[in-house]
Design a protein around this ligand. Structure first.
Ligand SMILES: Cc1cc2nc3c(=O)[nH]c(=O)nc-3n(C[C@H](O)[C@H](O)[C@H](O)COP(=O)(O)O)c2cc1C
Length: 339
């Protein structure tokens, strides 16, 4: 896919699925595309792992046709490995390479990868150059607002990105020091967007379709990325698109058919044991804000085999067709991740 094609796609659907390790695997990316999100991105993939052809690493990159445009997110500190990994991503047929400059996790940062590059813009430039030198497909980056509050530098980062021919910069509106505490700073994202010569995607704490629209409009960003918000509300992307088109956001329809669809994607990819672990996880998240959710979650933990687990899920959600989900966005939820 060319840069123009990718940006046209973003204009048509600016609600991009945020990369999430352990979550945005092949089944979930396909499922979310079917549920209306825009571009999708894999979880972070080690460029060194890819170069040495680890099967586990390759598995993270698997995608299906429905996912286009699909990006593979790379991280790493070795410039040769980054370049070669980007080449593999392109040969693999992905539409773009995304570089992770947001990961706050010590194991990644201590080697000089992820958000550590925000402290050294020459290094950040070298990483972008290495990846760009390997491929013809677009290269995007995902950053945090800075290393810490005193060194926020997204305008400088977007300038480097522009100079190096990056297609978009996605900004998670927290510093590395904040990790997942506090709130994403959308005023800062807006300020960065105003000055940026490269397209900007804003990211952080979008829990509803209405918020997605509001953030998009107020920040003037070219798109928004939604991560945790779609783990409680699988319709968030479709609702945001409806609102953008001036239509009412369709009310939440039944969860059960949606979960069955997700199961279909999971079953196609994972052995039964992992499929069941994933189904339990998503059923727990999707139960947020519904009556008796904590009791349901406890029972799910105790459910043994496939039949018992799936029956429990069917039983719980089939009773909820006319019940609406209460907003639980003020509760702490998944306060850690790789970006
Ligand atoms: C469980 C989890 C895993 C994550 N993994 C990644 C990752 O692999 N790469 C990345 O760039 N960001 C990762 N992130 C960060 C998200 O992409 C996003 O920036 C962050 O969650 C804020 O957006 P949200 O409030 O919409 O979730 C992860 C976040 C979570 C919660």
């Amino acid at each position: 896919m060319t840069e123009i094609e990718l940006l046209n796609h973003l204009r048509a659907n600016p609600f991009v699925l945020a990369p999430m390790a352990g979550i945005t695997d092949r089944p979930f990316r396909s499922f979310m595309r079917e549920m209306g999100c825009g571009a999708v991105i894999s979880e972070l993939v080690s460029s060194t792992g890819l170069k040495f052809s680890s099967e586990k690493t390759k598995k993270l990159m698997e995608y299906e046709e429905i996912q286009h445009p699909v990006g593979i997110q790379l991280f790493g500190e070795n410039l040769d490995h980054l370049r070669e990994a980007a080449q593999i991503v392109e040969q693999w047929g992905a539409d773009f390479v995304d570089i992770n400059f947001g990961c706050p996790v010590p194991k990644v940062v201590n080697k000089g990868a992820g958000s550590a590059c925000l402290k050294d813009l020459n290094r950040l430039r070298d990483v972008i150059r290495a990846v760009k030198s390997g491929v013809g497909i677009p290269v995007t980056i995902k950053i945090r607002t800075g290393w810490d509050q005193n060194t926020r530098n997204s305008p400088d980062v977007t300038q480097v990105a522009f100079d190096e021919g990056v297609t978009w910069v996605a900004i998670h509106g927290r510093t590395r020091a904040q990790s997942y505490s506090g709130l994403a700073d959308w005023d800062y994202i807006r300020e960065v967007k105003t000055q940026s010569r490269v397209p900007v995607l804003g990211n952080g704490d979008i829990h509803t379709a209405e918020q997605a629209l509001q953030r998009l409009a107020e920040s003037d960003c070219d798109g928004v990325m939604i991560g945790r918000g779609c783990l409680k509300n699988p319709w968030i992307f479709a609702q945001a698109r409806a609102l953008r088109a001036g239509e009412p956001a369709t009310l939440n329809s039944a969860m059960l058919p949606v979960l069955r669809r997700l199961q279909m994607y999971l079953e196609d990819y994972y052995p039964e044991r992992i499929m069941l672990i994933q189904m339990r996880k998503f059923a727990m998240w999707y139960s947020a804000g519904f009556p008796e959710a904590s009791q349901f979650r406890k029972s799910l933990f105790q459910a043994g085999d496939r039949a018992a687990t799936l029956a429990l899920i069917e039983g719980y959600f089939s009773d909820l067709e006319t019940v609406s989900q209460i907003d639980t966005s003020a509760e702490a939820f998944l306060m850690g991740g790789h970006g």
